[in-house]
Design a protein around this ligand. Structure first.
Ligand code: IPM
Ligand code: MG
Length: 375
C-alpha cells in the first residue's frame, strides 16, 4: 500500500526526533512492502518566521490531504513574547481543531527496562498492581478539541478581569467516550471517567453522558473519579488504572503527571484521532511525542527519539490498521532498551557497570532501525 504522511518537524528538537522516526518508517516499508510518501510542512515557530503566522492555511489544507500527520514539537523562547494568537502553540490547537482529531490517546506504561527511572517506590507500585508486580500500564484518553481550550475567553473591566469557559455538548462527550470504550475493549476492559462533578456543571454532564453510553458497553467496567483524587491516586497507586477518560484540560495535566511515572517524558507517544474502529483503517490522524521542543538541548544530539518512533507505531496501528508492523516497531524499541542503549534522559546512573550505554539521538534511532531489520 501507499501512504502519504504529512511531516511537521517543527522547532527545537522536533527535526532531530522526526528524522530517525521516518527512517524507522522506511524500514517498515521495505520489510512489509509499503511505500510511505512524505509531505513536509511548516507550523509553529518555523512558520511564524517564514509566513508570519503559526499555522498557515496551506499547511492545514495540505495536511488534510494526507493519510496521517507526524509532528515533532513546536515552540521556543524566540516566540514566547508574541501575543497569544501568534504563539507557536496555536499551531497545535489549530491542527487539532482543523483536522477534527477530538480523541487524544496517551499511553503511559512503565517498561521493565526503565523501572529504576520511576520515582515511585517498588513496594508502592506492587501494592496497586493486580499481580503484585512493580508495574503499571495505563492509557489516558483526553478530549482534544473542546472544553476550556476552545471556549469563549476574554477580558472585562478594562482588562482587570479575565474569563475562560468550559463548555461541552452531549455529542462531544459521547464521541470521545465511544473511542475510550473501544480502546478499553482492546485492553483490560476498565474505564475511569475523571471529572470535577462535585463542583462543575460541565462535569455533571460528563457523568450523565457516561452513565448512558456505559450501558452499551456492559463488558467494560466503568468507574468515576474526581480529578483531584485521580491526581493523587496516580502517584499512590498507578497500577489500579487501565483507561482514564477525561476532558481537555484535565487530560493535559494528568498526562504530564503520568509521564513522569514512566521515567521520562521522552519515551511517550500520542495519537489524536477523529474516529477509531478496531480492525479498520482509520481516517486522518495526528501523531506526536508528548514532549515539547526542549530548546535547551536542541541541536545537541541529546533528545530521546523513542517517543516519536513509538508515535509512528501508533500511526501504523490506529490510522493504517497495520498491527503487525506496529508491533514490530514496538518490539524493536524493546530490543534496543534490552541491549542497554540509553539516551541521557533514561540513563540510570546507578546501573551495574557495563549494563547501560549512553548514546545520542542518531545512534538510538539507528539502533531501532537495525533491530527492526534483524527481527
Ligand atoms: C500538550 C501541550 C499542549 C496542550 C500545549 C503546548 C498547547 O501541553 O499537548 O499536552 O496544552 O495541549
Ligand atoms: Mg500538555
Amino acid at each position: 500500500m501507499n501512504y502519504s504522511i504529512a511531516l511537521v518537524p517543527g522547532d527545537g528538537i522536533g527535526p532531530e526526533v522526526i528524522a530517525p522516526a521516518t527512517e524507522v518508517l522506511d524500514a517498515v516499508g521495505d520489510l512489509y512492502g509499503h511505500v510511505f510518501h512524505y509531505v513536509e510542512l511548516e507550523a509553529g515557530g518555523k512558520a511564524i518566521d517564514s509566513w508570519g503566522e503559526p499555522l498557515p492555511r496551506a499547511t492545514l489544507d495540505a495536511a488534510k490531504q494526507c493519510d496521517a500527520l507526524l509532528l515533532g514539537a513546536v515552540g521556543g523562547p524566540k516566540w514566547e513574547t508574541l501575543p497569544g494568537h501568534l504563539r507557536p502553540e496555536r499551531a497545535l490547537l489549530g491542527l487539532r481543531a482543523g483536522l477534527g482529531v477530538f480523541a487524544n490517546l496517551r499511553p503511559a506504561a512503565l517498561l521493565p527496562q526503565l523501572k529504576d527511572a520511576c520515582p515511585i517506590k517498588d513496594e508502592v507500585l506492587r501494592a496497586s498492581n493486580p499481580q503484585g508486580k512493580p508495574h503499571f500500564d495505563l492509557l489516558i484518553v483526553r478530549e482534544l478539541t473542546g472544553g476550556i481550550y476552545f471556549g469563549e475567553r476574554g477580558r472585562e473591566n478594562e482588562g482587570k478581569s479575565a474569563f475562560d469557559t468550559e463548555t461541552y455538548s452531549w455529542e462531544e462527550i459521547e464521541r470521545v467516550l465511544r473511542i475510550g470504550y473501544r480502546a478499553a475493549g482492546l485492553r483490560r476492559k476498565r474505564l475511569c471517567v475523571v471529572d470535577k462533578a462535585n463542583v462543575l456543571e460541565s462535569s455533571r454532564l460528563w457523568r450523565e453522558v457516561a452513565s448512558v453510553v456505559a450501558q452499551e458497553y456492559p463488558e467494560i467496567e466503568t468507574s468515576y473519579l474526581y480529578v483531584d483524587n485521580c491526581a493523587m491516586q496516580l502517584i499512590r497507586a498507578p497500577g489500579q488504572f487501565d483507561v482514564i477518560l477525561t476532558s481537555n484540560l484535565f487530560g493535559d495535566i494528568l498526562s504530564d503527571e503520568a509521564s513522569v511515572l514512566t521515567g521520562s517524558i521522552g519515551m511517550l507517544p500520542s495519537a489524536s484521532l477523529s474516529d477509531f474502529v478496531p480492525g479498520h483503517k482509520g481516517p486522518m490522524g495526528m501523531y506526536e511525542p508528548i514532549h515539547g521542543s526542549a530548546p535547551d538541548i536542541a541541536g545537541k544530539d541529546l533528545a530521546n527519539p523513542l517517543g516519536t518512533i513509538l508515535s509512528v507505531g501508533m500511526m501504523l496501528r490506529y490510522s493504517f490498521n497495520l498491527e503487525q508492523e506496529a508491533a514490530a516497531v514496538e518490539a524493536a524499541v524493546q530490543a534496543v532498551l534490552d541491549s542497554g542503549l540509553r539516551t541521557k534522559d533514561i540513563l540510570n546512573r546507578n546501573a551495574l557497570p557495563g549494563t547501560e550505554k549512553l548514546v545520542g539521538t542518531k545512534a538510538m534511532g539507528e539502533a531501532v532501525y537495525t533491530a527492526l531489520l534483524k527481527a
